[in-house]
Ligand binder design. Structure first.
Ligand code: CP
Length: 305
């Protein structure tokens, strides 16, 4: 399977075989099978929106396999702040590197960048749309914990309207025989076009407004924060702020084997008292960003085949 020069923009672009291949290569990287896969490769890291995990784990992934990194972490420190367009920025940076990772507040920005780039683009989040590398590390984590994905009952809990991680993850899970549970306040429900996509894929999903309705069925509870920055109307945010929270009391409703995931950052939707329980795997999940992003960088730059 040849990923060289392939951009990673949306889960919609990846077949099940390609997803499984990326997970297999992530396993290999974790076992130190590709120590110099990124030697002499250069990555441009263009973040027009804040990030801790995605940017730093990509940079760490690159450096740890022998690559080099440059870039910016805020829009203010690029010439976009002087009025330069995204496409002109990408055309320039293309000449300086072997791969571009980028995050942008506008949906479709990575796809637009891909159109003018001669090096692969990896989408690190475009508005409320997609976050494909997060979905891949989420799958990697589920597979690592349960040794399978098929047959699991997976609950996506929280802001399903604006949360790009749950959009990408539900598309990724459409390749597997899982039952999906969408649990959210009414105004934060999964958008219809994702539900239509899942229907077309033949994936079963159920909707609920409270975790209590489905808690005892779930193998995975994937929690998301309310994406305050995406609300056009601040009053809408006020209506749902603080409307759900996982606490030690919640754990009594769950299967003993259930795992709680979260793409992070967390604000207040999981109490810190949950962190040291057997259910909490969100920090481990974030650390899995390293092997998955190492594998992706190796694949698209040709250092891993
Ligand atoms: N999960 C995630 O995308 O985190 P950051 O916003 O910190 O990159």
């Amino acid at each position: 399977m040849d990923f060289k020069n392939k951009s990673i923009i949306s889960l919609r672009d990846l077949t099940k075989e390609e997803v499984e291949f990326i997970l297999q290569k992530s396993d290999e990287v974790k076992s130190d099978k590709h120590p110099d896969a990124l030697k002499d490769k250069v990555m441009a890291s263009l973040f027009f929106e804040p990030s801790t995990r995605t940017r730093l784990s990509f940079e760490s992934a690159m450096i740890s396999l022998g690559g080099k990194v440059f870039g910016f972490a805020t829009q203010d420190s690029s010439s976009v702040s002087k009025g330069e367009t995204l496409k002109d920025t990408i055309k320039m940076v293309t000449g300086y590197c072997d791969v571009i990772i980028m995050r942008h507040p506008l949906e479709g920005a990575s796809r637009a960048a891909q159109e003018v780039s001669s090096v692969p683009i990896i989408n690190c989040g475009d508005g409320s749309n997609q976050h494909p590398t997060q979905a891949l590390l989420d799958l990697f984590t589920i597979k690592d914990k349960f040794k399978k994905i098929d047959g699991l009952n997976i609950g996506l809990y929280g802001d399903l309207r604006y949360g790009r991680t749950v959009h990408s993850l539900s598309m990724a899970l459409s390749h597997y025989k899982v039952n999906l549970y969408f649990i959210s306040p009414k105004i934060l429900q999964m958008p219809d076009h994702y539900k239509l996509y899942l229907n077309q894929c033949g994936l079963k999903y159920f909707e609920a407004e409270s975790l209590e309705e489905v808690a005892d069925k779930l193998d995975v509870i994937y929690v998301t924060r309310i994406q305050k920055e995406r609300f056009a109307d601040p009053e809408e945010f006020v209506k749902v702020a603080g409307s759900y929270k996982i606490t030690l009391n919640t754990l009594g409703m769950l299967k003993k084997s259930a795992k709680i995931m979260h793409p992070l950052p967390r604000v207040n939707e999981i109490d810190t008292s949950v962190d040291n329980t057997e259910h909490a795997i969100y920090f481990e999940q974030a650390h899995n960003g390293i092997p998955v992003r190492q594998a992706l960088l190796g694949l698209v730059t040709g250092g891993i085949r």
